[in-house]
Design a protein around this ligand. Structure first.
Ligand SMILES: [Zn+2]
Ligand SMILES: [Zn+2]
Length: 407
């Protein structure tokens, strides 16, 4: 089956959706405007829908009896100040969980996921398109916080939507638009995010011996954590430990009462994960002991399961993609990135397949091929080519669905 062609007017509409979504990103689990935007478009297509977990939108696109296939698009943005300088760049701000006002950007490209899914739904809604069955569109909130898929399941997603024989999902990547990358087996790493609270004792900077300096302790801990992967994980295994935030103090001449940092731990192998988590705990406690301080408080912020593609479903989908994409389809190595997509299928023991599609313009892709760094997902300068990435994402979504539903 060749890659399904999409009418230029439908693609143009999809690009408009992408630009609109890009201008108005929202933070995880607070995607109220985005949810409404999706509902309005599903209404225009006559696709029934319901809300799930507050800002999740589940669309049920039916065309008679036939297979049921689910397709997930995540919808949230990130607290990033956009620096692309594009005419449609986001200037949005929002209240973060701690009350602070933060800039918001679709820095991971989830706007492209939504617009691609809506474009595929628009194609399937055309009467001349021949297919049968049901598409369960899962517009998932809160992927970046790791909370969204779980929230949908807890709010009864699979009690309220028909159970699919297959769950599909895709992510835009920092490689040439027009390309698709599909992994067999492991796709994304398991990830754990923790917050560490270090209790010190406040004192004047002139009399450090009367206090307990949580900054010195935090720094020693953070430096020591850098050695965990290097010295305690088999060099043939993959793992990463990153400290991503660090907060302490209000003034240079006060030893503060507390320091806080958060870290993110990534692995593929469950045994390596156990070892890493134990080592991180051990280092945090041991550095407290070395400082003569109480055990720091460890708070689990989020975790993402490892993601594996179903072998049989992946092989079948690979054939469908290969027919349409030829040498623009390639095998994807596993990524240290994380995804909560896998939970949606795991919950009902259904097979799932997840792939990436390219987002870069021709000039960005050429620069990348020449060895230059091109801004990638989560960069303030991440700037996919709107039309070309949308066409790739929409065609990939449509191909994957029609590979099961075409008549
Ligand atoms: Zn992301
Ligand atoms: Zn993402």
């Amino acid at each position: 089956m060749p890659a399904p062609s999409i009418e230029p007017a439908v693609l143009e509409r999809g690009v408009q959706d992408y630009l609109d979504l890009h201008r108005q990103p929202e933070l995880s689990m607070a995607e109220w405007h985005t949810a409404q935007f999706i509902e309005e478009r599903l209404d225009q297509l006559g696709v029934e829908h319901f809300r799930c977990a507050g800002t999740g939108v589940i669309g049920l696109q039916r065309r008679g009896p036939g297979p049921v296939v689910a397709f997930r698009a995540d919808i949230d943005g990130l607290p990033i100040q956009e620096e692309t300088g594009l005419s449609y760049a986001s200037t949005a701000t929002a209240r973060a969980a701690d009350g602070a006002t933060v800039p918001v950007m679709h820095g991971c490209g989830h706007d492209s996921h939504v617009a691609s899914a809506l474009t595929a739904a628009r194609c399937l809604a055309r009467p001349e398109r021949e297919w049968a069955g049901t598409v369960v569109w899962i517009f998932q909130p809160g992927e970046e916080s790791g909370a969204g898929a779980r929230a949908l399941l807890e709010d009864g997603l699979w009690q309220r939507a028909p159970r699919p024989e297959l769950v599909l999902g895709q992510h835009i990547g920092s490689f040439a638009a027009g390309q698709i990358r599909l992994a067999h087996g492991p796709v994304c790493a398991q990830a754990d995010s923790w917050l560490v609270r270090i209790q010190g004792r406040q004192a004047h900077a002139a009399r450090p011996h009367t206090g307990l300096d949580p900054i010195v302790q935090a720094c020693a801990t953070i430096m020591r954590l850098q050695a965990v992967v290097a010295r305690e994980v088999d060099a043939l295994q993959s793992a990463a430990v990153t400290v991503g935030t660090f907060q302490a103090g209000l003034k240079e001449n006060i030893i503060p009462e507390r320091a806080e940092f958060s870290l993110n731990i990534r692995t593929f192998d469950p045994l390596v994960r156990q070892r890493l988590l134990a080592a991180v705990r051990r280092v945090i406690r041991a550095e407290a002991t070395a400082s003569g301080a109480p055990d720091p408080e460890l708070i689990e912020l989020a975790n993402w399961p490892a993601l594996h593609n179903d072998p049989a479903a992946t092989t079948r989908l690979e054939r469908a993609f290969a027919a349409g994409w030829g040498d623009r389809l390639s095998l994807d190595p596993p990524s240290m990135g994380s995804e909560d997509f896998g939970l949606l299928a795991q919950a009902i023991d259904a097979p799932s397949v997840f792939w990436r599609y390219g987002g870069l313009s021709e000039s960005q892709a050429a620069a990348q091929a020449a060895g230059q760094d091109v801004p990638s997902n989560h960069s303030p300068s991440f700037a996919p080519d709107p039309a070309r990435s949308l066409a790739t994402g929409a065609q990939a979504a449509l191909t994957s669905l029609l590979s099961r539903l075409a008549r």
